[in-house]
Design a protein around this ligand. Structure first.
Ligand SMILES: Cc1cc2nc3c(=O)[nH]c(=O)nc-3n(C[C@H](O)[C@H](O)[C@H](O)COP(=O)(O)OP(=O)(O)OC[C@H]3O[C@@H](n4cnc5c(N)ncnc54)[C@H](O)[C@@H]3O)c2cc1C
Ligand code: SF4
Ligand code: SF4
Length: 1008
């Protein structure tokens, strides 16, 4: 018992002041902090929300370059009395990282792995390091950080510490708090120290030293001593109590572990500057059991029996989640592996060898076979399939957020936890509560082995009645989980969503202890105010809310999956942050993903799909304090979209299929309506027209484009990147060659229209010629349109949508006779082919001919693969392929992969975007991002390829980027490779030299 310690009064209400002079604050931060200081509307809008239902526009954002710079930023904030909120990946679901405060973003620079002590199984990290990145850096040591939230590819260690994150592997390794050795912390008033478990001797020494540190230790000890019995009584002894502050860690029996006590304090007490983590050996082998039960309740009843076998992970998934994934066309192959049932458990075992892991699974199976509700069973010990199956579980949020034809669902009560042996009863009662409130669509899944239940609920968050029901439900649900001896939060933390409900769970004495602990560290409530203690109400600061009145403007695209509404389209982003992935997986379902190259290149929220979505949301001006006030004319939104490569990676890889390329085109159309556009829009947007002019005298145009002085001057005037050589126009266009040559071959399989896109026709006609050879050899009669047409791509990507519509109408009118006869249209350039398959029908949503165009447009691989009796020539080569990003996202590369495999080509298909992306890489000011994107995947892969390896790229942009990067290789199109096979051309070394004759010598960056 500590006598006579005066603890400051508890923090129970948020202070009204002090008044913060923003300009002075911004000036001082900019002058003193080594980092980026951003108080502009774009940054404030992009950081205005996280993964939660809440939204608060921050005062400004600081992106410190070093930990010391962050400490300096906090000092400046203190001098101005400004509140601060730390932010890592911003994936919190309770509103922890949105606040009317200065947001400190740790993720861009403060992400070093400082040291590793493999023998002691510890490492020291900065808070911005992403979990997957850390584990990859540790791979050589055979160690890893144990807890693994579903957001592992984008969540940071700082955020995991802030929230006391868990994930499925917490079953074996515990929560983040259980894996923290020490923390280096900084208090708002500037005390910086390392904290950890504190034995009595050390405690005495710290107190004896006196000073601010001694004060903190003394006061904390006094609070805990006073409330010890109540803490023991009110803290549920369950594996997943994440709500509240970890005061149990300060009890004598826990060794006064101040580091663990601060884990989960959500940035409301201290700032974490560095963390010493405990590591665990990564299991060398794993296996997975899928157990199918009659329903999810019965599955939950089986949990206690299974837990005894020490699984690595024990997760539950109900039939609704599986149904929603099916309806969203997610993971079709993995879902087929689920055994019969209406509720499933996924149980994994880890060990040093596969045999050992399998043996553990066998032990469990023996017991289950004799049990009352013996499940249907699938057993998997192939790592790739296991990973795909884990995706089924990990994409729960994305799958349930928006299901076609159903109400949207929201977080709010998404991670409650109960004792695992009471889980079945809890689920039954929770479902009854859902029914009572009309929320019966909510699915149930989660970390069942630890009693933690995930769900998204179809709350109505836009009407006053709906919000009242949301509140009433949360209060009742809180009572329910507490009646089971559970915790409001089992892994995501309290934030604003649960703060108000904590008294129900902990009672007045423990709440007072929380408030007094807050006062010890942050008496002025400047650290992430309004979260956990002295909280905002759970129904204020809502991202939507009854007062939300956004614009729903007339638009150019049809948004068929969003009821024709741009506003609904912009609302797709649920904040999961998958678009913030920094690394690309190689052995994962995400291998080959593209999203989001601009974030990977810049590390900036504004240049992620999520940041852009947020800004478009703000632009629709639904809230009185919207950060973006100037609508379509907004330069903040323009700047965020400027580095969007329009690669459509997000359309495919984002769990919500956010289609930022389309939104960008829409935005540009409105932004520049009735205004002079940047010069590059006229130059590159109108490329098909200039190409027709150039076709009159290509030699002269090439000479002028590459002439000294003239070329540089011309590029500058045209808004083009001076270092980029202008691609050479072909002497004879493909279409002119073909019209002169005419149709050949028997054509017994009937006609196909070969689409002479602008790039093939004018720059790489050899690819068109190769396609003709392949198609004729396959028995097709090749037709080309009677006159020069265009898909409108370049006008779409520059947002000149009125022209694009006219161009497309003309094209479809000309193609209509062929379309109505059912003749396939074969596209060679993926981006143009993707326009026919996606953009054009979305612009002309109710036009039959556009629907026919979508249905009848094929890639070369698709047409040939579906040709009965056609066999690819034997090629027998290794190949590195860069699937064009539109190929990946709209058309799909799988057919190409299968066809190449039949031809004996061993393909390594890289992900990411080549970085040129149509006009993007040619535009002045984009070179750095463009080349950084190229360095993510394709250029290293091409450099590593030996001379015999084929470099494949169907996209003109990708081929140009590879050529201009000066890696000594050129890429060829699938048509060229097949043509070489059909004609028996020996490929030898550097297959590109023999597979085709190019219009000119390769031109690399920096040359004319
Ligand atoms: C789809 C989805 C699935 C999820 N699945 C899981 C799951 O399986 N398991 C799980 O546990 N969670 C899960 N979460 C929640 C969330 O992803 C985790 O809590 C994650 O660890 C948060 O990391 P972050 O970097 O995004 O943190 P942020 O959201 O950026 O921050 C989290 C908290 O930490 C604080 N913080 C950040 N850095 C510091 C610092 N340097 N000092 C002090 N405080 C700091 C912040 O202020 C905030 O309060 C999920 C979220 C989503 C959207
Ligand atoms: S854009 Fe997609 S991946 Fe990114 S946060 Fe939003 S929903 Fe998630
Ligand atoms: S289109 Fe590409 S660059 Fe743009 S937001 Fe989507 S993934 Fe990122």
């Amino acid at each position: 018992m500590t006598d006579q310690v005066l603890v400051p009064g508890p923090v129970t209400t948020r202070p009204r002041g002090p008044y913060v002079r923003l300009r002075d604050l911004e000036r001082d931060l900019a002058a003193r902090v080594d980092g980026e200081v951003r108080f502009d509307p774009g940054s404030r809008g992009a950081y205005s929300t996280d993964g939660s239902n809440y939204r608060q526009v921050p005062l400004g954002v600081v992106v410190p370059r070093t930990v010391d710079a962050a400490a300096e930023a906090i000092a400046v904030c203190r001098e101005h009395g400004a509140p601060i909120t730390s932010r890592g990946g911003g994936t919190s679901l309770g509103g922890q990282t949105c606040n009317a405060a200065v947001v400190v973003d740790w993720s861009k620079y403060c992400h070093r792995l400082v040291s590793v002590d493999a023998a002691a199984r510890t490492c020291v990290v900065e808070p911005g390091i992403v979990l997957d990145v850390l584990n990859r850096l540790l791979a050589d040591t055979g160690l890893m950080f144990g807890p693994r939230p579903s957001t592992h590819s984008q969540c940071t260690l700082g955020g995991m510490i802030g929230n006391n994150s868990c994930g499925s592997t917490a079953q074996a390794y515990g929560k983040t708090a259980d894996n923290i050795a020490r923390l280096e912390i900084l208090t708002y008033d500037g005390q910086r120290m390392w904290v950890g478990p504190t034995g009595e001797e050390e405690f005495g020494r710290i107190v004896a030293e006196g000073g601010p540190r001694a004060r903190i230790y003394r006061e904390l000890r006094a609070i805990v001593d006073e409330h010890a019995d109540e803490i023991r009584r009110r803290f549920p002894g369950i594996p997943r109590r994440v709500s509240g502050y970890n005061l149990d860690q300060l009890l004598p029996e826990a060794g006064f572990d101040l580091a663990r006590a601060l884990v989960g304090s959500e940035g409301t007490l201290v700032t974490v500057l560095r963390a010493e983590l405990r590591l665990v050996p990564a299991p060398k082998a794993e296996c997975l059991l899928l157990l199918g039960y009659h329903d999810i309740d019965v599955a939950a009843d089986a949990v206690p029996r299974i837990v005894r076998y020490g699984p690595l992970q024990l997760e539950g998934v109900d039939d609704k989640l599986v149904d929603y994934e099916r309806r969203n066309h997610m993971h079709p192959d993995a879902l087929k592996r689920l055994p019969e049932g209406g509720g499933w458990l996924m149980v994994s075992f880890g060990a040093d060898s596969q045999k050992e892991a399998d043996a553990k699974a066998c032990d469990l199976l023996k017991e289950l076979k004799g049990s009352e509700h013996a499940p249907h069973i699938s057993f998997i010990d192939d790592a790739k399939t296991e990973k795909k199956l884990w995706e089924v579980r990990e994409s729960g949020l994305g799958a349930t957020a928006r299901v076609p034809g159903m109400r949207e669902t929201w977080e709010g009560f998404e991670d409650s936890a109960v004792p695992p042996d009471r889980l079945g009863g809890y689920l039954r009662d929770l479902r009854r509560l859902f029914e009572e409130f009309g929320y019966g669509d909510a699915s149930l899944y989660g970390h069942f082995g630890q009693g933690c239940v995930h769900t998204r609920i179809p709350f109505d968050l836009v009407t006053a009645d709906g919000v009242a029901a949301f509140r009433a439900f949360l209060e009742r649900a809180a009572d329910l989980v507490i009646s089971y001896g559970g915790s409001l939060s089992g892994e995501h933390g309290d934030g604003q969503a649960r703060g108000e409900l904590l008294p129900k769970m902990f009672g007045p004495a423990v709440m007072t202890a929380f408030e007094r602990v807050k006062a010890v560290f942050d008496p002025g409530d400047r650290m992430n105010p309004g979260k956990v203690v002295a909280p905002y109400r759970l129904d204020e600061n809502l991202r939507l809310g009854p007062e939300w009145t956004p614009a729903d403007p007339a638009v150019h695209f049809g948004y068929p999956d969003d009821e024709g509404s741009f506003q609904r389209a912009v609302m797709r982003c649920v904040g999961v942050g998958q678009c913030r992935k920094q690394t690309s997986d190689t052995d994962h379902e995400h291998a080959g993903d593209v999203m989001c190259p601009s974030y990977r290149a810049t590390g900036e929220e504004e240049h992620s799909t999520r940041g852009r979505s947020r800004l478009l949301f703000e632009m629709l001006n639904g809230h009185a304090d919207s950060a973006v006030r100037d609508g379509w004319r907004s330069t903040a939104v323009h700047d965020a979209l400027d580095l969007c490569l329009a690669c459509k990676g997000c359309k495919h890889d984002c769990p919500m299929q956010v289609d930022m390329a389309t939104y960008k085109a829409e935005f540009l159309a409105h932004h520049y309506a009735r205004r002079i556009r940047p010069m590059d829009h006229y130059v590159m947007g109108w490329l098909p027209v200039w190409a027709r002019v150039a076709a009159l005298a290509p030699g002269v145009v090439n000479a002028l484009a590459h002439a000294p002085v003239l070329s540089g001057l011309g590029k500058r005037l045209a808004g083009l990147e001076p270092a980029r050589p202008v691609p050479e126009f072909a002497r004879v266009r493909f279409s002119d060659w073909y019209r002169r040559r005419g149709t050949r071959g028997g054509g017994e399989r009937g006609p196909v229209v070969l689409w002479p896109d602008t790039f093939t026709d004018n720059f790489h006609p050899h690819i068109g010629r190769a396609a003709v050879e392949v198609l004729e050899a396959a028995g097709y009669r090749v037709l080309i349109p009677p006159r020069t047409l265009c898909c409108g791509l370049t006008w779409i990507s520059t947002g000149q949508l009125g022209v694009a519509r006219r161009v497309l109408r003309r094209t479809v009118r000309t193609l209509a006779p062929a379309l109505r006869r059912g003749i396939p249209i074969v596209g060679l350039e993926p981006s143009c082919t993707a326009v026919f398959r996606a953009d054009a029908p979305e612009m002309f949503a109710h036009d039959r001919d556009f629907a026919r165009l979508r249905e009848q447009t094929r890639t070369l691989a698709e047409l040939l693969s579906a040709t009965d009796g056609w066999d690819p020539p034997r090629i027998d080569r290794d190949a590195v392929a860069q699937p064009h990003c539109h190929h990946h996202s709209v058309l799909g590369f799988e057919t190409d992969r299968a066809l190449l495999s039949r031809a004996g080509v061993r393909v390594e298909a890289v992900g990411g975007c080549c970085g040129l992306a149509g006009n993007f890489g040619f535009t002045a000011g984009h070179l750095e991002v463009s080349m950084t994107c190229a360095e993510h995947e394709i250029l290293p892969a091409v450099r590593a390829a030996d001379a015999r390896t084929v470099v494949l790229a169907d996209g003109f942009s990708c081929r140009t980027q590879i050529e201009q990067a000066g890696v000594g290789r050129q890429a060829i199109h699938l048509a060229e490779l097949l043509a070489a096979g059909v004609c028996g051309t020996p490929l030898g070394d550097h297959p590109e030299w023999r597979a085709s004759r190019r219009p000119g010598p390769p031109r690399v960056l920096g040359t004319r």
